[in-house]
Design a binder for this molecule. Structure first.
Ligand code: ATP
Length: 303
């Protein structure tokens, strides 16, 4: 019979380093094979939550269960099954990428050839002979993910893996993370990037001030918000007054660059604009997780 119990169960987790509490009563499950994101601004409590899940930090109260077992106190049975990439990646000094990953793999009795395959998975075969200090930030992040995966864990924890990377390097790394997930592994990632959570995660928990405010698939969180669609055209394409007359109940604003119409029924507004040949510079934007965060906290999202 297939085991339907969640890979991770977190219940009423709390941790304080003083006031206010860093993690203040957090509960969620992660299912086998899921790509789960913990999203929140700096200081929200993401890393502390993750460290308690990884068995690296003792909760003040509450429980974490991975594959039905507690990671704290340090549980050697779990170690082969989980891979951990820490925010500050620690490499052995002066080793090449190949030597790094082979060293990590050997700790788990994984043969060198198998370890080398992970360099290919993260797109670093050509860099195998380079020392980690000669790798770019993005390449170092990829190497640290490869090292976390070298022993083939079923469950992978990634703490802000794309933090500090340029947009292109971030997107390249997203492809790597999608591949890891497609291999059937359960992935838990923390991020302060809304677009990252939206693009990668099956489910996301939005965290702020030590609490989870809401969780669910990103598309569901956005849909449930029932926020208006924003249709923008270049300023001067149509006057604000004419735009207001296109349909009932439109909110129109003009910042001198774009005229924006907010509406819950975009189709008739778009066809009315088209009829007037007023589509110059058109962009149509639905709600995003940013709007969800604003709705939940009453403040703009600042990573
Ligand atoms: N070792 C520590 N000692 C004291 N305070 C800590 C420690 N680690 C975290 N904190 C505090 O706990 C709170 C939560 O921090 P945490 O690192 O878990 O948040 P985060 O969401 O991961 O933030 P970031 O994205 O900046 O890493 C913050 O107020 C932080 O200053």
């Amino acid at each position: 019979m297939q085991d339907m119990s969640p890979t991770i169960k977190v219940e009423e987790l709390r941790k304080s380093y003083g006031e206010p509490r860093a993690v203040d009563g957090v509960s969620f499950d992660v299912q086998t094979g899921e790509f789960f994101g913990i999203l929140g601004p700096n200081g929200a409590g993401k890393t502390t939550t993750l460290e308690m899940m990884e068995g690296l930090r003792k909760p003040d109260s509450g429980t974490v269960t991975l594959f039905g077992e507690s990671p704290w106190p340090r549980n050697p049975r779990l170690l082969p099954r989980i891979g951990v990439q820490l925010q500050a990646s620690a490499f052995f000094e002066r080793l090449t990428a190949r030597e790094q990953i082979r060293t990590f793999a050997s700790l788990y009795g994984v043969p060198a050839r198998k370890a080398d395959e992970w360099l290919a998975v993260v797109g670093l075969e050509d860099m195998a002979g380079k020392r980690n200090e000669d790798l770019s930030g993005g390449q170092q992040q990829r190497l640290s993910i490869a090292c976390a995966l070298a022993h083939g864990p079923d469950l992978v924890f990634l703490d802000e893996p794309t933090s500090g990377l340029d947009p292109q390097a971030r997107r390249n790394l997203w492809d790597v993370l999608r591949d890891i997930s497609a291999q059937g592994r359960t992935v838990v990632l923390t991020t302060h990037y809304l677009d990252e959570a939206e693009s990668l995660c099956d489910r996301v928990a939005i965290m702020d001030h030590g609490r989870i405010l809401q969780s669910g698939p990103p598309a569901t969180l956005v849909r449930d918000l029932d926020a208006p669609t924003r249709i923008s055209v270049e300023t001067g394409t149509i006057t604000a007054e004419a735009a207001r007359g296109l349909a009932d109940g439109l909110e129109v604003s003009d910042d001198g660059v774009s005229l924006t119409i907010a509406t819950r029924t975009p189709a008739p507004v778009l066809s009315a604009l088209a009829e007037r040949d007023a589509l110059r510079g058109l962009s149509v934007r639905g709600a995003t997780l940013e709007d969800v965060f604003l709705h939940l906290t009453g403040r703009e999202y600042r990573a």
